[in-house]
Design a protein around this ligand. Structure first.
Ligand SMILES: Cc1ncc(COP(=O)(O)O)c(C=O)c1O
Length: 386
Protein backbone atom coordinates (compact mmCIF):
# COMPACT_ATOMS: atom_id res chain seq x y z
CA UNK A 1 0.00 0.00 0.00
CA UNK A 2 1.05 3.55 -0.52
CA UNK A 3 0.65 6.66 1.61
CA UNK A 4 -1.13 8.36 -1.34
CA UNK A 5 -4.65 6.99 -0.94
CA UNK A 6 -7.79 7.77 -2.93
CA UNK A 7 -8.59 10.79 -0.74
CA UNK A 8 -5.44 12.66 -1.82
CA UNK A 9 -5.40 14.85 -4.93
CA UNK A 10 -4.52 13.61 -8.38
CA UNK A 11 -1.11 15.28 -8.51
CA UNK A 12 -0.20 13.83 -5.13
CA UNK A 13 -1.17 10.37 -6.34
CA UNK A 14 0.72 10.87 -9.60
CA UNK A 15 3.85 11.40 -7.50
CA UNK A 16 3.41 9.04 -4.57
CA UNK A 17 0.90 6.28 -5.34
CA UNK A 18 2.22 2.76 -5.74
CA UNK A 19 5.24 3.29 -3.52
CA UNK A 20 5.52 3.37 0.23
CA UNK A 21 9.21 3.17 0.98
CA UNK A 22 10.70 5.35 3.68
CA UNK A 23 13.49 3.20 5.11
CA UNK A 24 16.62 5.25 5.83
CA UNK A 25 18.92 4.94 2.85
CA UNK A 26 16.15 3.94 0.41
CA UNK A 27 16.31 5.81 -2.90
CA UNK A 28 13.74 8.59 -3.24
CA UNK A 29 13.38 7.71 -6.91
CA UNK A 30 12.24 4.11 -7.51
CA UNK A 31 15.08 2.18 -9.12
CA UNK A 32 14.74 0.55 -12.54
CA UNK A 33 14.42 -3.16 -11.89
CA UNK A 34 16.21 -4.17 -15.08
CA UNK A 35 15.85 -7.90 -14.62
CA UNK A 36 13.98 -10.44 -16.73
CA UNK A 37 13.71 -12.94 -13.91
CA UNK A 38 13.89 -13.16 -10.11
CA UNK A 39 15.26 -15.67 -7.63
CA UNK A 40 13.14 -18.25 -5.85
CA UNK A 41 9.52 -19.10 -6.57
CA UNK A 42 10.32 -22.33 -8.40
CA UNK A 43 7.59 -24.46 -6.83
CA UNK A 44 4.30 -22.85 -7.83
CA UNK A 45 3.52 -21.06 -11.09
CA UNK A 46 1.88 -18.14 -9.27
CA UNK A 47 5.07 -17.54 -7.25
CA UNK A 48 7.23 -16.96 -10.29
CA UNK A 49 8.31 -13.39 -10.90
CA UNK A 50 9.13 -12.81 -14.55
CA UNK A 51 8.98 -9.54 -16.44
CA UNK A 52 6.81 -10.90 -19.27
CA UNK A 53 4.28 -11.86 -16.59
CA UNK A 54 3.88 -8.20 -15.65
CA UNK A 55 4.98 -8.78 -12.04
CA UNK A 56 8.36 -7.05 -12.15
CA UNK A 57 8.22 -4.81 -9.00
CA UNK A 58 8.27 -1.58 -11.03
CA UNK A 59 5.51 -2.83 -13.37
CA UNK A 60 3.44 -3.57 -10.29
CA UNK A 61 4.02 -0.23 -8.59
CA UNK A 62 3.31 1.78 -11.76
CA UNK A 63 0.19 -0.33 -12.26
CA UNK A 64 -0.89 0.63 -8.75
CA UNK A 65 -0.26 4.28 -9.54
CA UNK A 66 -2.33 4.11 -12.75
CA UNK A 67 -5.17 2.43 -10.86
CA UNK A 68 -5.03 5.12 -8.21
CA UNK A 69 -5.11 7.89 -10.83
CA UNK A 70 -8.27 6.46 -12.40
CA UNK A 71 -9.83 5.63 -9.01
CA UNK A 72 -10.01 1.94 -10.00
CA UNK A 73 -9.07 -1.22 -8.12
CA UNK A 74 -6.40 -2.42 -10.56
CA UNK A 75 -4.31 -1.55 -13.61
CA UNK A 76 -1.81 -3.14 -15.91
CA UNK A 77 0.97 -1.48 -17.86
CA UNK A 78 1.75 -3.03 -21.26
CA UNK A 79 4.15 -2.50 -24.13
CA UNK A 80 1.98 -0.10 -26.17
CA UNK A 81 -1.47 1.44 -26.40
CA UNK A 82 -2.36 -1.07 -29.11
CA UNK A 83 -1.23 -3.89 -26.81
CA UNK A 84 -3.64 -2.60 -24.16
CA UNK A 85 -6.49 -2.44 -26.70
CA UNK A 86 -5.75 -5.78 -28.37
CA UNK A 87 -5.26 -7.73 -25.14
CA UNK A 88 -8.51 -6.32 -23.77
CA UNK A 89 -10.56 -7.19 -26.85
CA UNK A 90 -9.02 -10.67 -27.15
CA UNK A 91 -9.67 -11.36 -23.47
CA UNK A 92 -13.30 -10.29 -23.51
CA UNK A 93 -14.40 -12.13 -26.67
CA UNK A 94 -14.58 -15.69 -28.03
CA UNK A 95 -15.38 -17.03 -31.50
CA UNK A 96 -18.96 -16.12 -32.41
CA UNK A 97 -19.03 -13.03 -30.18
CA UNK A 98 -19.99 -9.54 -31.20
CA UNK A 99 -18.84 -6.02 -30.27
CA UNK A 100 -20.66 -2.70 -30.65
CA UNK A 101 -18.15 0.11 -31.21
CA UNK A 102 -18.31 3.83 -31.95
CA UNK A 103 -17.56 4.64 -35.58
CA UNK A 104 -15.05 7.35 -34.57
CA UNK A 105 -11.95 5.40 -33.57
CA UNK A 106 -8.18 5.56 -33.76
CA UNK A 107 -7.25 4.01 -37.14
CA UNK A 108 -5.40 0.96 -35.80
CA UNK A 109 -8.25 0.19 -33.38
CA UNK A 110 -10.68 0.35 -36.27
CA UNK A 111 -8.46 -1.97 -38.33
CA UNK A 112 -8.19 -4.40 -35.43
CA UNK A 113 -11.98 -4.56 -35.08
CA UNK A 114 -12.74 -4.51 -38.80
CA UNK A 115 -10.01 -6.75 -40.24
CA UNK A 116 -8.26 -8.70 -37.51
CA UNK A 117 -10.91 -9.82 -35.02
CA UNK A 118 -13.18 -11.26 -37.75
CA UNK A 119 -10.31 -13.70 -38.48
CA UNK A 120 -10.93 -14.95 -34.95
CA UNK A 121 -14.68 -15.10 -35.47
CA UNK A 122 -15.49 -11.83 -33.66
CA UNK A 123 -17.67 -9.31 -35.53
CA UNK A 124 -18.12 -5.61 -34.79
CA UNK A 125 -21.00 -3.29 -35.59
CA UNK A 126 -19.90 0.36 -35.82
CA UNK A 127 -22.44 2.97 -34.73
CA UNK A 128 -22.71 6.73 -34.68
CA UNK A 129 -22.12 7.10 -30.93
CA UNK A 130 -24.08 10.30 -30.45
CA UNK A 131 -27.49 8.57 -30.34
CA UNK A 132 -28.27 6.08 -27.56
CA UNK A 133 -30.73 4.23 -29.77
CA UNK A 134 -27.94 3.37 -32.24
CA UNK A 135 -26.21 1.33 -29.55
CA UNK A 136 -29.45 -0.38 -28.59
CA UNK A 137 -30.31 -1.25 -32.21
CA UNK A 138 -26.88 -2.79 -32.79
CA UNK A 139 -27.15 -5.17 -29.83
CA UNK A 140 -27.17 -8.89 -30.56
CA UNK A 141 -27.51 -11.93 -28.33
CA UNK A 142 -23.77 -12.50 -28.57
CA UNK A 143 -22.74 -8.87 -27.93
CA UNK A 144 -20.01 -8.97 -25.30
CA UNK A 145 -18.92 -5.33 -24.91
CA UNK A 146 -19.39 -1.72 -25.96
CA UNK A 147 -16.35 0.24 -27.14
CA UNK A 148 -16.00 4.03 -27.14
CA UNK A 149 -13.24 6.59 -27.64
CA UNK A 150 -13.30 10.32 -26.76
CA UNK A 151 -12.27 12.93 -27.59
CA UNK A 152 -12.02 11.62 -31.13
CA UNK A 153 -9.14 12.03 -33.49
CA UNK A 154 -8.82 14.47 -35.24
CA UNK A 155 -12.17 16.30 -35.01
CA UNK A 156 -12.20 16.23 -31.18
CA UNK A 157 -15.85 15.25 -30.84
CA UNK A 158 -16.96 14.18 -27.37
CA UNK A 159 -19.52 11.55 -26.50
CA UNK A 160 -21.22 11.06 -23.20
CA UNK A 161 -20.38 7.61 -21.83
CA UNK A 162 -23.21 7.67 -19.25
CA UNK A 163 -26.15 6.56 -21.44
CA UNK A 164 -23.96 3.99 -23.21
CA UNK A 165 -22.79 2.66 -19.86
CA UNK A 166 -26.37 2.43 -18.57
CA UNK A 167 -27.45 0.45 -21.61
CA UNK A 168 -24.41 -1.83 -21.29
CA UNK A 169 -24.89 -2.40 -17.58
CA UNK A 170 -28.61 -3.16 -17.99
CA UNK A 171 -27.46 -6.12 -20.08
CA UNK A 172 -24.49 -7.05 -17.89
CA UNK A 173 -21.95 -5.89 -20.50
CA UNK A 174 -18.80 -3.84 -19.84
CA UNK A 175 -18.18 -0.44 -21.44
CA UNK A 176 -14.56 -0.21 -22.61
CA UNK A 177 -13.24 3.25 -23.42
CA UNK A 178 -10.01 4.59 -24.89
CA UNK A 179 -9.41 7.79 -22.91
CA UNK A 180 -5.95 8.54 -24.33
CA UNK A 181 -6.79 12.09 -25.47
CA UNK A 182 -8.55 12.92 -22.22
CA UNK A 183 -6.24 11.56 -19.47
CA UNK A 184 -7.44 11.00 -15.90
CA UNK A 185 -6.86 14.71 -15.24
CA UNK A 186 -9.43 15.87 -17.78
CA UNK A 187 -11.90 13.01 -17.63
CA UNK A 188 -13.06 10.83 -14.73
CA UNK A 189 -13.96 7.78 -16.78
CA UNK A 190 -14.84 5.41 -13.94
CA UNK A 191 -17.13 7.96 -12.30
CA UNK A 192 -19.00 8.23 -15.62
CA UNK A 193 -19.67 4.50 -15.83
CA UNK A 194 -16.70 3.23 -17.84
CA UNK A 195 -15.63 -0.27 -16.75
CA UNK A 196 -12.32 -0.67 -18.54
CA UNK A 197 -10.28 2.48 -19.27
CA UNK A 198 -7.57 2.15 -21.90
CA UNK A 199 -4.69 4.51 -22.58
CA UNK A 200 -1.90 4.85 -25.03
CA UNK A 201 0.53 5.89 -22.28
CA UNK A 202 2.86 6.85 -25.14
CA UNK A 203 0.94 10.14 -25.17
CA UNK A 204 0.11 12.31 -22.15
CA UNK A 205 0.82 9.77 -19.40
CA UNK A 206 4.44 9.43 -20.50
CA UNK A 207 4.32 12.99 -21.74
CA UNK A 208 7.74 13.35 -23.37
CA UNK A 209 7.42 11.50 -26.71
CA UNK A 210 10.18 9.14 -25.60
CA UNK A 211 8.43 5.87 -24.82
CA UNK A 212 5.78 3.48 -26.14
CA UNK A 213 3.39 2.12 -23.49
CA UNK A 214 -0.22 1.22 -22.79
CA UNK A 215 -2.47 0.91 -19.77
CA UNK A 216 -5.55 -1.15 -18.91
CA UNK A 217 -7.47 0.04 -15.86
CA UNK A 218 -10.54 -1.51 -14.23
CA UNK A 219 -11.85 -4.07 -11.75
CA UNK A 220 -9.28 -6.53 -10.44
CA UNK A 221 -10.78 -9.72 -11.92
CA UNK A 222 -11.02 -8.19 -15.41
CA UNK A 223 -7.54 -6.69 -15.28
CA UNK A 224 -6.12 -10.04 -14.12
CA UNK A 225 -7.87 -11.82 -16.98
CA UNK A 226 -6.42 -9.33 -19.48
CA UNK A 227 -3.04 -9.77 -17.78
CA UNK A 228 -3.24 -13.55 -18.33
CA UNK A 229 -3.89 -13.01 -22.04
CA UNK A 230 -0.93 -10.63 -22.17
CA UNK A 231 1.29 -13.31 -20.60
CA UNK A 232 0.51 -15.55 -23.57
CA UNK A 233 0.78 -12.98 -26.36
CA UNK A 234 3.76 -11.33 -24.67
CA UNK A 235 3.48 -7.52 -25.15
CA UNK A 236 5.15 -6.84 -21.79
CA UNK A 237 6.30 -3.43 -20.70
CA UNK A 238 10.07 -3.17 -20.65
CA UNK A 239 11.42 -2.17 -17.19
CA UNK A 240 13.31 0.84 -18.50
CA UNK A 241 10.21 2.09 -20.28
CA UNK A 242 8.16 1.61 -17.10
CA UNK A 243 10.67 3.71 -15.19
CA UNK A 244 10.39 6.49 -17.82
CA UNK A 245 6.60 6.25 -17.63
CA UNK A 246 6.71 6.60 -13.85
CA UNK A 247 8.96 9.63 -14.23
CA UNK A 248 6.53 11.17 -16.71
CA UNK A 249 3.50 10.44 -14.55
CA UNK A 250 4.95 12.43 -11.66
CA UNK A 251 4.42 15.67 -13.58
CA UNK A 252 1.10 14.72 -15.18
CA UNK A 253 -0.93 17.23 -13.15
CA UNK A 254 1.16 20.29 -13.96
CA UNK A 255 1.68 19.27 -17.55
CA UNK A 256 -2.05 18.82 -18.16
CA UNK A 257 -2.89 22.16 -16.56
CA UNK A 258 -0.44 23.81 -18.95
CA UNK A 259 -1.59 21.78 -22.00
CA UNK A 260 -5.17 22.81 -21.22
CA UNK A 261 -4.29 26.48 -20.77
CA UNK A 262 -2.04 26.72 -23.85
CA UNK A 263 -4.54 24.91 -26.08
CA UNK A 264 -7.41 27.18 -25.04
CA UNK A 265 -5.32 30.31 -25.64
CA UNK A 266 -4.09 29.08 -29.03
CA UNK A 267 -7.62 27.98 -30.03
CA UNK A 268 -9.04 31.42 -29.18
CA UNK A 269 -6.23 33.10 -31.10
CA UNK A 270 -6.68 30.90 -34.17
CA UNK A 271 -10.46 31.32 -34.18
CA UNK A 272 -10.01 35.08 -34.53
CA UNK A 273 -7.27 34.79 -37.19
CA UNK A 274 -8.15 35.98 -40.72
CA UNK A 275 -6.17 33.11 -42.32
CA UNK A 276 -8.14 30.47 -40.40
CA UNK A 277 -11.51 29.18 -41.59
CA UNK A 278 -12.55 27.26 -38.49
CA UNK A 279 -11.21 25.81 -35.24
CA UNK A 280 -12.28 22.67 -33.44
CA UNK A 281 -11.57 22.74 -29.71
CA UNK A 282 -14.00 21.54 -27.02
CA UNK A 283 -13.21 24.60 -24.91
CA UNK A 284 -14.62 27.00 -27.54
CA UNK A 285 -18.35 27.85 -27.43
CA UNK A 286 -18.39 27.19 -31.22
CA UNK A 287 -17.57 23.49 -30.68
CA UNK A 288 -20.64 21.25 -31.12
CA UNK A 289 -19.91 19.44 -27.82
CA UNK A 290 -18.92 22.47 -25.76
CA UNK A 291 -21.79 22.11 -23.27
CA UNK A 292 -21.02 18.44 -22.71
CA UNK A 293 -17.32 19.27 -22.36
CA UNK A 294 -18.15 21.81 -19.65
CA UNK A 295 -20.25 19.23 -17.88
CA UNK A 296 -17.96 16.20 -17.89
CA UNK A 297 -14.46 17.44 -18.70
CA UNK A 298 -12.65 19.20 -15.84
CA UNK A 299 -10.17 20.37 -18.54
CA UNK A 300 -10.64 20.76 -22.30
CA UNK A 301 -7.37 19.08 -23.27
CA UNK A 302 -4.26 19.82 -25.26
CA UNK A 303 -5.50 18.82 -28.72
CA UNK A 304 -7.03 21.22 -31.24
CA UNK A 305 -7.60 21.25 -34.98
CA UNK A 306 -8.07 24.08 -37.44
CA UNK A 307 -8.72 24.57 -41.12
CA UNK A 308 -6.30 26.95 -42.80
CA UNK A 309 -7.53 29.10 -45.67
CA UNK A 310 -6.16 28.03 -49.05
CA UNK A 311 -7.00 24.32 -48.77
CA UNK A 312 -4.27 21.67 -48.86
CA UNK A 313 -1.72 24.05 -50.33
CA UNK A 314 -2.44 26.62 -47.62
CA UNK A 315 -1.99 23.98 -44.91
CA UNK A 316 1.28 22.75 -46.47
CA UNK A 317 2.57 26.30 -46.44
CA UNK A 318 1.65 26.80 -42.78
CA UNK A 319 3.31 23.53 -41.80
CA UNK A 320 6.50 24.44 -43.66
CA UNK A 321 6.65 27.90 -42.07
CA UNK A 322 6.23 26.82 -38.45
CA UNK A 323 9.50 27.08 -36.56
CA UNK A 324 8.68 25.98 -33.00
CA UNK A 325 5.92 23.48 -33.70
CA UNK A 326 7.32 20.28 -35.20
CA UNK A 327 5.70 18.37 -38.02
CA UNK A 328 5.24 14.83 -36.66
CA UNK A 329 2.47 12.36 -35.94
CA UNK A 330 1.59 11.35 -32.37
CA UNK A 331 0.65 13.68 -29.53
CA UNK A 332 0.72 14.37 -25.83
CA UNK A 333 4.36 15.36 -25.44
CA UNK A 334 5.77 18.56 -23.97
CA UNK A 335 6.56 19.87 -27.47
CA UNK A 336 3.94 21.15 -29.92
CA UNK A 337 3.40 18.78 -32.86
CA UNK A 338 1.37 19.38 -36.00
CA UNK A 339 0.11 16.95 -38.63
CA UNK A 340 -2.33 16.84 -41.52
CA UNK A 341 -4.64 13.82 -41.32
CA UNK A 342 -4.76 13.66 -45.14
CA UNK A 343 -1.10 12.56 -45.02
CA UNK A 344 -1.32 10.45 -41.85
CA UNK A 345 -4.35 8.82 -40.18
CA UNK A 346 -6.75 9.46 -43.09
CA UNK A 347 -4.36 9.08 -46.03
CA UNK A 348 -6.23 6.03 -47.33
CA UNK A 349 -9.50 7.94 -47.91
CA UNK A 350 -10.70 10.09 -50.78
CA UNK A 351 -10.85 13.85 -50.30
CA UNK A 352 -14.66 13.75 -50.34
CA UNK A 353 -14.84 10.96 -47.76
CA UNK A 354 -12.53 12.95 -45.48
CA UNK A 355 -14.55 16.12 -45.98
CA UNK A 356 -17.71 14.21 -45.05
CA UNK A 357 -16.03 13.35 -41.73
CA UNK A 358 -15.27 17.03 -41.10
CA UNK A 359 -11.67 16.83 -42.32
CA UNK A 360 -11.47 19.02 -45.46
CA UNK A 361 -8.15 19.77 -47.16
CA UNK A 362 -6.48 22.50 -45.14
CA UNK A 363 -7.20 20.68 -41.87
CA UNK A 364 -4.29 20.71 -39.40
CA UNK A 365 -4.20 18.84 -36.10
CA UNK A 366 -2.18 20.39 -33.29
CA UNK A 367 -0.93 18.65 -30.16
CA UNK A 368 -0.35 21.80 -28.14
CA UNK A 369 2.75 21.50 -25.98
CA UNK A 370 3.76 23.27 -22.79
CA UNK A 371 6.01 25.92 -24.32
CA UNK A 372 5.43 29.59 -23.40
CA UNK A 373 2.12 30.28 -25.04
CA UNK A 374 3.15 33.70 -26.43
CA UNK A 375 5.91 31.98 -28.38
CA UNK A 376 3.45 29.42 -29.75
CA UNK A 377 0.96 32.08 -30.78
CA UNK A 378 3.72 34.09 -32.48
CA UNK A 379 4.88 30.95 -34.32
CA UNK A 380 1.39 30.18 -35.68
CA UNK A 381 0.71 33.82 -36.50
CA UNK A 382 3.95 34.10 -38.50
CA UNK A 383 3.33 30.79 -40.30
CA UNK A 384 -0.27 31.69 -41.16
CA UNK A 385 0.70 35.09 -42.55
CA UNK A 386 3.24 33.28 -44.75
C1 LIG B 1 -6.49 7.33 -29.24
C2 LIG B 1 -5.33 6.38 -29.44
N1 LIG B 1 -5.44 5.14 -28.95
C3 LIG B 1 -4.42 4.25 -29.10
C4 LIG B 1 -3.28 4.57 -29.78
C5 LIG B 1 -2.20 3.53 -29.95
O1 LIG B 1 -1.16 3.78 -29.05
P1 LIG B 1 0.33 3.22 -29.23
O2 LIG B 1 0.94 3.93 -30.40
O3 LIG B 1 0.95 3.51 -27.90
O4 LIG B 1 0.21 1.75 -29.49
C6 LIG B 1 -3.13 5.85 -30.29
C7 LIG B 1 -1.90 6.23 -31.03
O5 LIG B 1 -1.81 7.26 -31.64
C8 LIG B 1 -4.19 6.79 -30.11
O6 LIG B 1 -4.12 8.04 -30.60
Amino acid sequence: MSSANHRTGLSTRAIHAGRDVDDPGAPVVPPIVQSATFMGGGHRADEILYTRYGNNPLQLSVGEKLASLEGAPAALVLGSGMAAIAMTLLSLTRTGDHIVAASHLYGATRALLENELPRRGVQTTFVDPSEGRNWRRALRKKTRLFYLEAPTNPTLRLFDPRPVSKLAHDRGLPLVMDATFATPVNFRARELGVDVVLHSATKYLGGHSDLIAGAVVGDRALVEEIGSTARLYGPAADPHMVWLLDRGLRTLGVRMERHNRNALALAEFLEAHPRVKSVSYPGLPSHPDHDLAREIFPGFGGMLSFVARGGGRGADQVMQSLELARVAPSLGGVETLVSQPRYTSHAGMTRDARAALGIPDGFIRVSVGIEDVDDLIADFDRALRG
